[in-house]
Write a protein that binds this ligand. Structure first.
Ligand code: HCA
Ligand code: CU
Length: 380
């Protein structure tokens, strides 16, 4: 599962998030931050969506970022004509292929879809830029139809084909099977896009890579339609465990928190408490047994190293679950030194209070200080 590329869609899928409204300045700030992080592609809202969207797309193309700039359009010549004039490095084309979308959304059949796809692809290619063709709602589409259209567009030279779990219904093994099958049918790259309605978006992205996909769509904090897609941070956490060297050589995980704060602020949400990597307790260890082992060797209870993300771990000690090793470390931070037997006794006092009510760091500190004073006075 090495060698994957990230198509960062905060400025496209993310703009479809309920709270999102990005000014031109904010889009530029986000694009620059993503570029510094090292994402391979930045996908932007269709220039056909609105006049401001078109101008913003042009403005971002002019920034001269290292990341390739893509825009995302419907499989339609009207959109394609506008897209190729914006200065983008590539165009992501999408059309619904499930019976739901064919009947209730655009109302076109497979023959029409195939013919339009060919026309759009050849037109975009003639402008010398990258082209990706994707089906929307791929997991509820007819497999024979899908493979046949992907094989057709592969033959006429698309750079990538895309699979999209538009409704978030797919499970990891289903993803593996579809991507594996597609891998046997096309020679081009395979991009995948997973919505997170049932909590599978990261696992699905990982399974897609295992099955031979090359590109994963993400957004910062996973923002997008409904509850969103594969989050950038969550994908990075999964991939750093799978192949740390690759992730560290290509991306700058230490910038993740700043990017998340930038986007969270822009769309007026908080970073979730249990977020991958950046949730407030992502590197907090609480139970005495965990604290002791972590203090000996962090790898015992940590698969991610907080230092990789410019973060630090925290050993929680103000609770009834604490243990004397954690209290010993806290005492050292307070410049207090005692014997092991005394730490154990002091810990018992902290647990006594913590059994009655939730205690704060200050409460625990006061107990440690008072205990230390009392032993110096000779009456523990
Ligand atoms: C949508 C479109 C899309 C497209 C994905 C893609 C989806 O907003 O419905 O182009 O890969 O989820 O199908 O985001
Ligand atoms: Cu989507």
């Amino acid at each position: 599962v090495s060698n994957f590329k990230i198509i960062e869609s905060t400025l496209r899928e993310g703009e479809q998030f309920a709270n999102a409204f990005f000014t031109t300045e904010k889009k530029i700030e986000i694009a620059k931050a993503l570029d510094e992080f090292g994402v391979d592609y930045i996908e932007l809202t269709s220039p056909a969506a609105s006049e401001q969207s078109r101008q913003d797309c042009e403005a971002i193309c002019k920034l001269g970022l290292k990341a390739k700039i893509l825009t995302h359009i419907r499989c339609h010549m009207d959109d394609a004509r506008i897209a190729v004039q914006t200065g983008v490095d590539g165009v992501d084309v999408v059309i619904g292929t499930s019976s739901y979308l064919m009947e209730h959304s655009h109302g076109k059949d497979m023959t029409y879809i195939t013919n339009t796809a060919i026309e759009v692809i050849q037109f975009v290619k003639s402008h010398g830029i990258e082209i990706r063709f994707s089906s929307e709602d791929s997991f509820r589409s007819n497999l024979v139809d899908l493979l046949s259209i992907y094989s057709t567009v592969d033959k006429i030279g698309v750079n990538r084909v895309g699979i999209a779990d538009t409704v978030g219904c797919a499970a990891p093994r289903q993803v593996y099977d579809l991507v594996r099958t597609l891998r046997g049918v096309v020679g081009c790259d395979i991009e995948t896009h997973f919505h997170n309605d049932t909590g599978c978006a990261i696992a699905n992205a990982y399974c897609a890579l295992e099955a031979g996909a090359t590109h994963i769509d993400t957004s910062v904090l996973g923002i997008g339609e409904r509850n969103g897609i594969t989050p950038l941070g969550g994908l990075i956490s999964r991939m750093i465990v799978a192949d740390r060297d690759y992730v560290m050589s290509k991306y700058k995980p230490e910038k993740l928190k700043d990017i998340e704060e930038l986007v969270a602020d822009a769309v007026e949400v908080n970073i979730p408490f249990n977020n991958y990597i950046t949730g407030f307790c992502a590197f907090t260890h609480k139970a005495g047994i965990h604290a002791k082992a972590i203090l000996n060797n962090p790898s015992t209870y940590e698969i991610l190293n907080p230092a990789d993300f410019g973060l630090s771990r925290y050993v929680h000690f103000a609770s009834r679950l604490t243990g004397w090793n954690a209290i010993k470390v806290r005492a050292a931070q307070l410049n207090i030194d005692m014997t092991d037997a005394q730490y154990k006794e002091c810990t018992a006092k902290i647990k006594l209070l913590a059994d009655l009510r939730p205690i704060a760091v200050d409460d625990a500190d006061s107990i440690i200080r008072a205990f230390h004073r009392s032993i110096k006075l000779g009456k523990p």
